[in-house]
Design a protein around this ligand. Sequence first.
Ligand code: SF4
Length: 366
Amino acid sequence: MPTVPERGEALPALRFALLEWYQQQGRDLPWRHTRDPYAIWVSEIMLQQTQVGTVIPYYRRWLAAFPTIADLAATDLEAVLKLWQGLGYYARARHLHRAAQQIMANHGGQFPRTYEAVVALPGIGRSTAGAILSAAFNQPRPILDGNVKRVLARLYGLPIPPQQAEAQLWQWSAQLLCPQSPRDFNQALMDLGATLCTPRQPLCHACPWQSHCIAHHHRLTHEIPRRMSRSPLPHKEIGVGVIWNAAGQILIDRRPPRGLLGGLWEFPGGKIEPNETVQECIRREIREELGIEIAVGEHLIDIDHAYTHFRVTLHVYYCRHVSGTPQPLACEAIRWVTPEELAQFPFPKANTAIIEAIRTRGRPTP
Ligand code: SF4
């Protein structure tokens, strides 16, 4: 039977084993070569919903484009979103931008060093604040991201889903944290979750915590963390118009700055109402949102895309502008652009397949 890790006497052994493993097996990541809180903050935000391998080139490009908080704060949001394009969850980029402006206004351009000030910035929760403060300033702040929850749930044999045991998990993370080496300890914990204690088939034989781990001891690693029963994601059907004018330009609009995909450009359209055809939906949406009349023409593409809380299917049609001057009635801005100019604007991921389809199909048949 493993030593119950909660007992005080096991803590030094757990810390020592993890730190020793990290010395030998820790990953060499670009943000581990700096103590600059700004660079570490950027990496932590990018890593929130994205794998390390995808993050690295974005992280490098970001720091080359915006080397300091002042550079980021002074940049137009659209340029920031363009650089983020492809990483998804664009609220992260908007929060970074807004937080940089707040740091300029309230902290003299210096990334704050207190937990209260850091967690007050947009887009930074308790775990991200802990990760930044421990990595940049070696402060003893616990972390609890998805990987860490899985490791702790297994180590302690948590019998319920982690979502129902947040307070307990925070307590374990704080209790385990090495007070002498919080920076290395948190980085090591992240590495353990990412490389050994993986969701499926954890590599327990190589794990520094194997002899303490309750899930491993009871052969429960495939059952812990326990899962919540999930209801299926709601599904929305959306009609989308690629509206061409006589000059061979396409109409795009920019979403309002807040909310889902805020500040990004898109092709206009909206939700298909019950008993409405896709064509009727597109005509109605364009009339309501832009105040113009169009003719719906050939089908271009259907795209399925899943967001965190719902799925969408986009039914995309080529349309022809018939009458009226477009107005931004339900969006922030509108613009007629050539197909070649589309690449200059930040679009949500689901829309990049539309742009590719336009490139392949070309202009509508007359
Ligand atoms: S022994 Fe296995 S299940 Fe337990 S913490 Fe290590 S890798 Fe995870």
